[in-house]
Design a protein around this ligand. Structure first.
Ligand SMILES: [Ca+2]
Length: 439
């Protein structure tokens, strides 16, 4: 490209750089479901090959301290949508297919979709919603121009039936089938959206079902039937590890197709791509050696892969060691899109652009809660309080030296246990609201 220099006041700028600085980037946010910290090859997996996500990490910023807000699905999604701890919007637990069919993320919440629309973006969400079953809670009523996907926690990848036996595939806020394997459908919907919206800034959210159960790849048979509850295929019928890897690899293949589309349309340089998971792994996945898994507040339950890639605007091939949570994405995306959030919104999440560019950010204490278990993190210290059938246990770890939470230091540092316990109690009081899905 020819570089013509322009003088503005005392500044000498390259015109194309000056233009790029003021142009809103497209933002594509991709979230996997139940993918643990060790689930991608760039995070150490030896059994799953993810070349396209690996390339986004090696040419962008790979986060080593990225966390889902929740240890399970709906809570993390509520935090993503609101930029606040999920307990504040009453989604402290899973919106279950069995017991919560009439509730959802309250419509009064100011959501990520609404924020991006307000700041001039065309918005779409394809894939899993899990923030309310009734049509009134559909993503199109929470700021997304377009929605295709499912509203429950998981569907049969071929038959699109949830685990309680309800058909669950939607186009906007109406049930409508679209035959196909859901990971491919989500990718196809994304490619079509990019084609249709290429002339204006777009905000595209892809919430994959993969690799959440049921364990099914493209060749696996559909098995759920309408009107009959059924979680997964009989274990003896499936090579679970092989199918699990394949599910992640198909998702990665879709990421590759999206990157190719952006390159073909000459949109890649002006598109930020972000990837993460919504919680730690189920038993078939990998936490990469971290203690615990999905449903727990040990690191394995919430430390997940996190990748940010924006050519020329974010560092290339760097790692980020600042703790980043799902709730930080709303303020970060708004900031990257050139918007400013009014102070009255009182978000818990923060804009993490500086951290992604290499600055050290000191954060306020961070909290995770699942059922009766609570984790409090302040700097390198993490307190994990678990409540068993008979006893309450408080464990203290220093994550800088012991990321896998092996050495309990609670008896050595009772004063830190006391301080973090108090912070945890105050936080629970601050964020908890009455709700059918509070935990
Ligand atoms: Ca999940």
């Amino acid at each position: 490209m020819m570089r013509l220099r322009t003088r503005i006041g005392s500044w000498t700028l390259l015109p194309w750089v000056a233009f790029a600085e003021t142009e809103k980037p497209n933002i594509i946010f991709i979230m996997a479901d139940d993918l643990g910290y060790g689930g991608l090859s760039c995070y150490g997996s030896k059994t799953t090959k993810t070349p396209h996500l690996d390339k986004l990490a090696s040419t962008g910023v790979k986060c080593l301290d990225f966390h889902s807000n929740g240890a399970v699905c709906s809570p993390t999604r509520a935090a993503l949508m609101t930029g606040r701890y999920q307990q504040r919007s009453g989604v402290g637990g899973v919106i279950t297919a069995k017991s919560h069919r009439n509730t959802g993320l309250p419509l009064k919440e100011w959501t990520l979709g609404e924020a991006m629309k307000e700041f001039g973006y065309a918005t779409a969400l394809f894939g899993k919603w899990h923030l309310g079953y009734p049509a009134k809670f559909n993503p199109i009523h929470q700021g997304f121009d377009e929605f295709e996907g499912f509203v429950s926690g998981n569907v049969d990848y071929h038959r699109h039936i949830d685990q309680e036996g309800y058909f669950d595939w939607w186009k906007q806020d109406k049930k409508a089938d679209e035959p196909g394997y859901i990971t491919d459908l989500i990718t196809e919907d994304a490619l079509s959206f990019i084609d249709r919206k290429k002339e204006k800034p777009f905000f595209l959210v892809l919430h994959h079902g993969a690799p959440h159960y049921p364990l099914q790849d493209r060749e696996s048979p559909g098995f759920r039937v309408i009107g009959k509850g059924n979680r997964d295929q009989p274990k003896q019928k499936v090579d679970r590890k092989a199918v699990y890897s394949k599910m992640v690899e198909i998702m990665d293949e879709g990421v590759g197709r999206i990157v190719s589309k952006l390159e073909k349309l000459d949109l890649r340089k002006n598109t930020l791509i972000v990837f993460c998971s919504d919680n730690g792994p189920a038993p078939d996945g990998s936490s990469g050696g971290l203690r615990g898994r999905k449903g727990q507040v040990f690191e394995g339950g919430h430390r997940v892969p996190g990748i940010f890639n924006w050519p020329g605007r974010l560092p290339k091939g760097e790692v980020c060691q600042t703790p980043i949570l799902t709730m930080d994405l709303l303020p970060t995306f708004v900031s990257m899109g050139g918007g400013e959030i009014e102070p009255k919104r009182k978000l818990d999440g923060i804009d993490v652009i500086k951290a992604l560019k290499g600055a050290t950010i000191t954060r306020k204490p961070l909290f995770w809660k699942h059922g009766g278990s609570l984790a409090v993190r302040d700097g390198d210290w993490k307190l994990v309080v678990t409540v068993g059938k008979k006893k309450k246990q408080a464990l203290l770890f220093n994550l800088a030296k012991d990321r896998n939470e092996v050495n309990n230091l609670s008896t050595k540092h009772p004063e830190i246990v006391g301080r973090l316990s108090l912070l945890g109690e105050q936080w629970v009081k601050d964020v908890t609201v009455d709700s059918p899905v509070s935990q």
